[in-house]
Design a protein. Structure first.
Length: 412
């Protein structure tokens, strides 16, 4: 593999349209880490909500554009500053769903800042996440300076908006903007079909980059288990539900079901790891079984292995229709990477892991599968799944594809 030192120095700009607490943002950050680890200097730009820490990684200059959902000033740390956050600290500032006007203001502010960064120097390549204004318009500005521009489309975001102007506008962006890029990456086959037929992207410009897993975090020494979670997992046989609790979340669909299952198993508890604009809503809906459930909020990535190791099973759910067929389930991959038995419904690409996880689509099926996992009956299947993920889906193994789509594997 060629690196920056062998082909001449050039800087790479990553422009995320989303916030730190989005699943797509995690995917994009890991792609940036791959590029930085190959020796290329990276600048990473995203919206940073109040209460969440700035990301850090060697070789990446992080720019968190403040997004204040409650008022006040949003601080952020500079390159390689230590991350001293904890789930409890991050959760001290409960997120609230921004108004349409507030969201528009945040996107406009991020677009303005992104364009300034894009014009600040010549970039060798620019990778943009989502065909949204605060990613696309800065990328196009960089293209006028000679940069190769690439777009990652990992979801059809307009499907999550209610009918109306906002949905139509975002859908228009998804149809119009992808074909203006030198290349477009996607991770599941239905997205390729959409990008060809609806967005008009030429087939030769499309490249599949599958959903990877950060195996490094599971191999490194783990950070201590956060005290609140240590107490909870010490009291209950814990099932973990790990997800972004934003507009794409379907967690509300299964809350009543999980409450009934918990009621039948006195020694079970449910740990919810995740942050997002619907966190407060979900908390309000679980008052009936609040003593058996812990919303831990945002968890720093280096604490995740210890948290998952303290649990007995991982649960995942997505509605098996609509926009979800365009998604790849990162949490199933992470559960398996941690060696945690997985119970999920057959949605998105969950069936691709059918040999390693328990798939069910109703309350009785989930309860039987969770009972087997808690009892340790899924150990062999889970171990095989962990090996599969490590050998095929580690981000380090996907590095050649990421570098190639950015034009960094060729001398120039």
């Amino acid at each position: 593999m060629n690196t920056a030192s062998s082909v001449g120095r050039g800087e790479i700009l990553f422009l995320s349209a989303l916030t730190t607490d989005s699943g797509s943002g995690v995917r994009f950050w890991n792609m940036a880490r791959v590029v930085a680890d190959a020796g290329w200097p990276v600048t990473f730009v995203e919206r940073l909500p109040a209460g969440l820490p700035a990301r850090t990684h060697p070789g990446i200059a992080y720019v968190g554009i403040p997004e204040n959902r409650r008022g006040g000033v949003q601080p952020h740390r500079s390159l390689n500053a230590p991350d001293t956050s904890s789930p409890a600290q991050a959760d001290d500032i409960p997120p609230a769903a921004p108004s349409a006007l507030g969201l528009a203001a945040a996107v406009l502010r991020a677009t303005w800042r992104g364009r300034r960064i894009a014009r600040s120097r010549p970039w060798r390549a620019v990778y943009a996440l989502k065909p949204m204004p605060n990613a696309v318009l800065p990328a196009l500005a960089a293209a006028r300076g000679g940069a190769r521009i690439v777009l990652d489309v990992d979801d059809l975001d307009f499907e999550y908006y209610p009918p109306g102007l906002q949905r139509r506008l975002v859908r228009h962006w998804f149809r119009r903007w992808p074909r203006r890029f030198n290349a477009v990456s996607y991770h599941v086959a239905p997205l390729r079909e959409y990008l060809e037929t609806e967005a008009g992207v030429a087939p030769e410009r499309l490249r599949r980059i599958t959903q990877g897993v950060d195996m490094d975090v599971f191999a490194a020494p783990t950070a201590p288990l956060p005290p609140e979670i240590a107490v909870f997992t010490g009291r209950y046989q814990t099932i973990v539900y790990m997800a972004s609790l934003g507009i794409t979340s379907d967690f509300g669909d299964v809350l009543p079901t999980l409450g009934r299952i918990l009621a039948r198993h006195a020694d079970w508890g449910l740990l919810v790891l995740g942050h997002g604009v619907r966190l407060a809503e979900f908390r309000d809906r679980t008052a009936a079984f609040v003593d058996r459930l812990l919303f831990a909020g945002y968890a720093p990535h280096d604490t995740v292995p210890a948290i998952l190791a303290a649990c007995r099973a991982g649960f995942h759910y997505l509605r098996p229709e609509g926009a979800n067929r365009y998604r790849a389930v990162m949490k199933i991959r992470e559960y398996l990477a941690a060696g945690l038995p997985v119970v999920a419904n057959p949605s998105a690409d969950a069936a691709d892991f059918g040999g390693f996880i328990a798939l069910a689509d109703d309350e009785s099926g989930w309860e039987r599968a969770l009972a087997a996992a808690v009892a340790g009956e899924a150990a062999a299947r889970t171990a095989a799944g962990r090996q599969f993920v490590a050998e095929t889906l580690a981000w380090s193994r996907l590095a050649p594809d990421i570098l190639d789509i950015l034009g960094l594997n060729t001398v120039g």
